[in-house]
Write a protein that binds this ligand. Structure first.
Ligand SMILES: [Zn+2]
Length: 82
């Protein structure tokens, strides 16, 4: 038990592709890969993808200032009742 760390495995080969993280990625580390980018963790991957974890049906509805196709269809179906 004299040698704990292999110095070769401590070589930094990249930086996490998440700009909010920028963590060093070491040779031999388990990472995500998206295109040519390496991403250090699942949280970083979700940020890079623009995805987030929510509770289905409990996500607060964000206001849509210009409306959406769905709200347009809802408004149109109300008119069709007359
Ligand atoms: Zn990261």
């Amino acid at each position: 038990m004299s040698k704990v760390l292999d110095l070769d495995s401590n070589e930094v080969i990249d930086i996490c592709a998440d700009p909010d993280c920028n963590a060093e990625i070491f040779f031999g580390q388990s990472v995500w890969k998206k295109g040519h980018d390496l991403i250090c963790s699942t949280d970083c991957l979700l940020r890079v993808l623009g995805a987030k974890a929510v509770i289905a049906g409990r996500e607060p509805v964000e206001p849509e200032p210009y409306g959406t196709f769905e709200t347009f269809n809802a408004a149109r179906s109300e008119y069709s009742n007359f």
